[in-house]
Design a protein around this ligand. Structure first.
Ligand SMILES: Nc1ncnc2c1ncn2[C@@H]1O[C@H](COP(=O)(O)OP(=O)(O)O)[C@@H](O)[C@H]1O
Ligand SMILES: [Mg+2]
Length: 285
């Protein structure tokens, strides 16, 4: 679960969000849509804490882990593919690093022993012994075979880089998963893999995408950024389109009705004033 409370953000004169309060709950996949420049990427950055709102808050319940599909394709150049995936779980990766450093110490002392016991306990709780196998499975599922798991990201082709970053985001079953345009640069098989992954994912997903077919397959809700607000609809993209078209027709019908009323009123006033002038004319005679 992740929620926002009265979020406001503006850049200069441009107000992107005004008092946005929403709740995203587990078991749901929210498709975040809106025109280019509406603020979709910015909204995800506010949720992840990369951008501070002007006012308002984002609340992630304590102990929940949030993961983001990284947009920088070069940030992990020097790391091996498998390591890059493991780095998706920051705490687990930090424990691995600290453990390795301790065990490599030539003068390993009693305090180091105590510390490593603590680390081993936390490592176990986080399912650390399974981590490499799970990361490897994700890469294989995305079409990167085992011999390439040890290759530095720098030496992978662009398609594989994107797949490694996707595996990194989903690694370790995050509680909240934020994906900005995940299907960009993905081949059809990887898109299908992601669809299957998201369909069986039990936690909270918020995904920005222009791919209607993808949104239709995976979303349980649509969050539509529209005039400084984010409107939430239950249902997939097709449902959202029908609902919003119906709302538009409804508004149009109301407007037409208002137009009819205005015409009736005008006619009434015209008739009334004609009668009034007639009767005044009658009075004069
Ligand atoms: N750091 C920033 N400073 C000023 N304006 C920004 C900044 N980041 C984004 N914007 C502006 O905010 C608007 C929303 O951007 P963005 O969230 O990237 O939109 P979207 O992802 O919906 O296409 C755009 O008009 C963009 O130019
Ligand atoms: Mg964007």
């Amino acid at each position: 679960m992740i929620s926002t409370h009265d979020l406001c953000l503006q850049y200069g004169e441009r107000v992107l969000f005004e008092d946005v309060s929403l709740k995203f709950t587990e078991g749901n996949c929210y498709g975040l849509i809106g025109p280019n420049g509406a603020g979709k990427s910015t909204f995800l950055k506010i949720l992840s804490g990369d951008v501070d709102p002007f006012s308002g808050q984002v609340v992630v319940p304590p102990g929940l882990r949030l993961a983001v599909l990284k947009q920088d394709h070069f940030a992990f150049n020097e790391f091996e593919a498998l390591t890059t995936v493991l780095m998706g779980h920051e705490r687990l990766y930090a424990i691995m690093q600290e453990k390795d450093a301790l065990y490599a110490k030539p003068d390993f002392n009693e305090a180091d022993g105590m510390r490593s016991a603590e680390l081993e306990a936390e490592f176990g709780e986080l399912n650390g012994w399974e981590a490499e196998a799970q990361a490897g499975e994700l890469l294989c599922g995305l079409g990167i075979p085992v011999p390439r798991h040890g290759v530095a990201v720098r030496d992978l082709d662009d398609g594989d880089k994107v797949r490694v970053l996707l595996a990194q985001a989903v690694f370790g079953d995050p509680d909240i998963l934020l994906l900005d345009e995940p299907t960009n640069h993905l081949d059809v098989d990887s898109i299908l893999w992601l669809e299957e992954f998201l369909l069986s994912f039990q936690n909270t997903v918020i995904v920005v995408s222009h791919d209607r077919h993808f949104l239709n397959r995976v979303c349980t809700h649509i969050a539509d950024i529209d005039f400084r607000q984010v409107r939430m609809y239950t249902g997939n993209y097709g449902f959202w389109r029908e609902a919003s078209e119906m709302a538009l027709r409804h508004r149009q019908a109301k407007k037409d009705k208002n137009d009819d009323r205005a015409r009736e009123l005008k006619e009434f006033i015209a008739r009334f004033s004609a009668n009034a002038s007639k009767s005044r004319a009658g009075d004069l005679t």
